[in-house]
Design a protein around this ligand. Structure first.
Ligand code: NAD
Length: 352
């Protein structure tokens, strides 16, 4: 396949790019390289004949058109987004621009390109819009998990911008016939995640001996999926998904944040004991995030029934491998050499 991936230098996009390139597909990675994009995550692809990188903005129609012309893709995986909920609360404008305008530009350019294709190529073409379970809002303790039919009720600016993008993607399928497939996934974890996100933050703070912040009382519940399992799901949706359909992906692994953080602390202690005592003692509860969703849970039954997809990685096993990866790659976690020294793990350049 020739695949145009947006956001392919980010956490999930880079996992998809590494997988596609290894499998021999032709990949064009289109990424603006914001603070969240990192060339180290796709370093293994650089120089390969089936990999091209273009630095560009999904909200820039001429740059996106040029990317379509260069890639001549059989399909698009659209992952580029602003993704950090806390940043969306402090500054929503970038989220509106990239997630909403950027998705509209991607859809417009994809439509123009799609119309230029032969009938058979048009039938094969797919536009996979990658989204989040946060569009569905928040669940109570006894509510049923999110299904594809659950009404949207986004609560944060991030979730609202993704919800709007999902609606745009759906509308381009219904109105113009563009073969769009939408996926909504729960929280991902794994290697190469930006250090601002929960799991890398916990590992970084634990290693440095700094207080580990947990919102509220840590009662919020998230469902966790290993990023490589998400990629398997995305490829299943891309190759076997039906245009106009959406698919939920989840790990069937709900955890309260406090339990997840304690488990990470235990695993770090096992792998790299500290003379200062158990890392769990570093946990500190901090003022809750405004509008913090209480619980997310995903029913991925449709993806299982229609795509044959199930998550392969048990959470504790995946967390153990993830902790091991960050311990081997402290250079990914540290923001500068002095912080790297405080992590106490050596040079830390293995991720490069
Ligand atoms: P990320 O923040 O790690 O990476 C985002 C990437 O998009 C970065 O490489 C960044 O440089 C790029 N980007 C940002 N603005 C851009 C622009 N205007 N033009 C081109 N590129 C731009 O994000 P992630 O965690 O890998 O998430 C990828 C996608 O998956 C997002 O659409 C997100 O909503 C969705 N998603 C994420 C999760 C999760 O747990 N991380 C769960 C479900 C869905």
């Amino acid at each position: 396949m020739r695949v145009l991936v947006t956001g392919g230098a980010g956490f999930i996009g880079s996992a998809a790019v590494r997988c596609l390139v290894r499998e021999g597909h032709d990949v064009l990675n289109f990424d603006l390289m914001t603070y969240a994009g990192d060339a180290r995550a796709v370093a293994e692809c650089a120089g390969k004949p089936n990999y091209t990188f273009i630095k560009g903005d999904v909200a820039d129609p001429s740059a996106v058109t040029a990317a379509f012309e260069r890639a001549r893709p059989d399909c698009v995986m659209h992952l580029a987004a602003e993704t950090h909920v806390d940043r969306s609360i402090d500054g929503p404008a970038a989220f509106i621009r990239t997630n909403l305008t950027g998705t509209a530009v991607m859809l417009e350019c994809a439509l123009a390109y799609w119309k230029s294709l032969s009938q058979s190529a048009r039938e094969r073409f797919r536009f996979l819009h990658v989204s989040t379970d946060e569009v569905y809002g928040s669940l109570g303790p006894d509510d049923l998990a999110f299904r594809e039919t659950t009404a949207y009720a986004p609560n944060s600016p991030y979730a609202a911008s993704k919800a709007g993008a999902d609606h745009l993607a759906r509308a381009w399928q219904v109105t113009y016939g563009l073969p769009v497939v939408i996926s909504n996934c729960s929280n991902n974890y794994g290697p190469y995640q930006h250090p601002e996100k929960l799991i890398p933050t916990v590992i970084r703070k634990a290693l440095a001996g700094d207080p580990i912040p947990v919102y509220g009382r840590g009662e919020n519940v998230r469902d966790w999926l290993h990023v490589d399992d998400h990629v398997t799901g995305l490829l299943a949706a891309l190759t076997r998904g039906t245009p106009g359909e959406k698919y939920n992906f989840g790990g069937n692994a709900e955890r309260r944040n406090i339990d997840l953080v304690r488990e990470l602390c235990r695993q770090i202690d096992d792998a790299f004991p500290s003379p200062d005592g158990p890392r769990g003692d570093l946990i500190r509860f901090v003022t809750d995030r405004p509008g913090h969703d209480h619980r997310y849970a995903v029913d991925a039954g449709k993806a299982k029934a229609e795509l044959g997809w199930t998550p392969a990685t048990p959470l504790n096993e995946g967390l153990r491998a993830t902790v091991a990866w960050y311990l081997q790659n402290p250079g990914w976690l540290a923001r500068d050499p002095s912080e790297l020294a405080r992590l106490g793990l050596g040079r830390g350049d293995a991720a490069a």
